[in-house]
Write a protein that binds this ligand. Structure first.
Ligand code: J2J
Length: 540
């Protein structure tokens, strides 16, 4: 099994410790501290349950002992695929307590993605819900997985199961639980947005990640009195750490789980639990604003801070949100690899509406460079590169991606094109890579093209992003058929049948006889995507 590593040069690590960014806490040690301070305070509300901090920790320890009793060993990786249910927290804190390493899959992922995560992380376990909140039957994945993933030794399911280990049955001798891990060790693997090809695995350490949400708490006014609504999937980096459920638990606040993100589900929870803060992607925020403007019987007045990020919020959309919701608006521009930018709650109105904020930490280093790697003149757009106390220095087990994504002196190439305002905030202008940001879900064009090319009737395929009024961007596949042209709907159904997340299935399929080529006959994939996108927009 490949070891998990995330290391900063000794000189930088010493600086981050001296500055107080890294404090030597671990995930379970901070939970234990909160239990000592206020055992009876409510930590988690969801699925009809209310768990105090003491109960959360006790459930996590029970699961931890159970994981070890099954033969899982500290350092083993476990792919976790759970929706917004309390067991998500018992499971991940249980894994932390046992020294096991969660790999965070999203509920939308299907067999193809889960197989990739298990293989790439050499996972020993898969932990999912027998049935998802959307009704999806994850036992189908559980059954198919072992064949493709020989490292897998245990499948654990939340809910009814006779074939696999029921999560609730986990138990064991607490004396077997190990000492707390080294705070500089890798705590979990997050999933990258997948800009090229398949998703990469992002190793995050206890030290760096805890710092990220502690810094976020300070900028988003999260305290022990905060009530955070998890509306987006709990496993996504944004609702996990910006400041998210982990920031809220760290502060000693209350985490409320919304099984679905729509207003009908979320609004009653906001009213019932006096939710003070939440995070949404732009299309959802606009949906909420629309529902609030139309009049709702639910009292949303407790909501104090609405974070919007994951994809670009246009100034017009920000103004609409502002008009419809009476809470404070905060833009967040973050990434699972690290760097998180926020507009400050006391920034001038124009900066809150028109920018994506600035780095949250004084330790964040940011470069804005031209195509040749030289700094752009101040205010001009360029490639955003960054390094700092919570930005990774390498992906797990991916030399090719590491060579592409990091400079020799350890800056991460975000792939985003930004400019800096005179006030020092960043405005996201676009991106250099070829992914589609579909309502905050990142889709790699290359990954989808590879799927399409596996179809008998597809000779060639190019996937591009197209501006979309509701989603921000949607995906369009241009397909050159081999023989009789396949129907778009049939092609989409076939893609779903391949076991990929639904959000990756192209929104639109356009059958073409050929792609444009230059006089020379050969152009790059990137250039081709740009031309096809332009052609589509011209036709609309
Ligand atoms: C434009 N693009 C944005 C924004 C992210 C907080 C918030 C979001 C994420 C996230 C996150 C954007 N405007 N406000 O992890 O902690 C695009 C950029 C970025 C990519 C990262 C967090 N906020 N983006 O979205 O890893 O292109 O993280 O590089 O999913 O989303 O995607 P992801």
């Amino acid at each position: 099994m490949l070891p998990l590593n995330q290391t900063w040069p000794a000189e930088l690590a010493a600086r981050y410790r001296a500055a107080g960014y890294w404090r030597g806490e671990t995930f379970f040690s901070f939970l234990r501290d909160r239990v000592a301070e206020h055992p009876d305070r409510i930590a988690i509300v969801g699925g009809g349950q209310r768990w105090s901090y003491a109960e959360l920790a006790a459930r996590a320890e029970k699961a931890a002992a159970g994981f070890l009793a099954l033969g899982l060993r500290p350092g083993d990786r476990v792919v976790v695929q759970l929706g917004n249910i309390p067991e998500f927290f018992a499971a991940v804190f249980g894994l932390f307590r046992a020294g096991l390493v969660p790999v965070y899959a999203l509920p939308a992922h299907r067999l193809t993605e889960i197989t990739h995560f298990v293989q790439k992380s050499e996972a020993a376990g898969y932990l999912a819900a027998a049935r998802g909140l959307d009704g999806f039957d994850y036992t189908a994945i559980a059954r198919a997985l072992p064949e493709a993933a020989p490292t897998l030794r245990q499948v654990i399911l939340v809910g009814e199961t006779s074939e696999f280990v029921p999560f609730d049955s986990l138990d064991g001798d607490r004396a077997t639980l190990p000492a707390d891990p080294d705070p500089s060790s890798v705590a979990f693997l997050q999933i990258s947005g997948g800009t090229t090809g398949l998703s990469k695995l992002i190793p995050r350490t206890h030290d760096d990640y805890i710092y990220s949400f502690r810094a976020s708490n300070a900028l988003c006014d999260v305290t022990g009195d905060s009530v955070y609504l998890v509306a987006l999937p709990a496993a996504h980096n944004f609702p996990m750490s910006s400041p998210g459920h982990m920031g809220t638990l760290y502060a000693g606040g209350r985490v409320v789980l919304s099984p679905l993100p729509n207003p009908d589900t979320a609004f009653p929870l906001i009213a019932a639990e006096n939710v003070t803060i939440t995070g949404l992607v732009p299309p959802l925020a606009l949906l909420w604003a629309q529902a609030a403007s139309a009049g709702t019987k639910h009292d949303l007045s407790s909501l104090d801070v609405l974070l919007v990020g994951g994809a670009k919020l246009t100034p017009e959309a920000a103004r609409r949100l502002r008009a419809a919701l009476s809470c404070r608006l905060q833009q967040v521009f973050g990434m699972a690899e690290g760097l998180v930018n926020y507009t400050r709650l006391d920034d001038p109105e124009s900066q809150i509406l028109e920018t994506q904020g600035r780095p949250q930490s004084p330790g964040d280093e940011v470069l804005i460079l031209d195509d040749l790697g030289e700094p752009v003149p101040e205010g001009e757009p360029g490639h955003l590169l960054t390094r700092g106390p919570y930005t990774i220095r390498a992906y797990h087990n991916d030399d090719a991606a590491n060579a592409r994504s990091f400079t020799p002196d350890g800056f991460y190439r975000t792939g985003d094109i930004v400019r800096r305002t005179p006030e020092g905030n960043l405005v996201v202008q676009g991106r250099a890579g070829d992914h589609i940001n579909r309502a905050g879900e990142k889709i790699s064009a290359e990954e989808i093209e590879d799927h399409l090319l596996a179809h008998d009737a597809v000779f060639d395929a190019v996937v591009v992003s197209v501006p979309d009024e509701f989603l921000g961007e949607r995906s369009c596949a241009f397909v050159i058929p081999r023989g009789a042209a396949p129907k778009g709907a049939a092609l989409k159904a076939w893609m779903r049948g391949r076991g990929i997340a639904d959000f990756k299935v192209p929104d639109q399929v356009v059958i073409v006889a050929e792609f444009e080529t230059t006089a020379a006959g050969k152009i790059s994939r990137k250039e081709l995507r740009a031309r096809l996108r332009a052609r589509l927009l011209a036709d609309e």
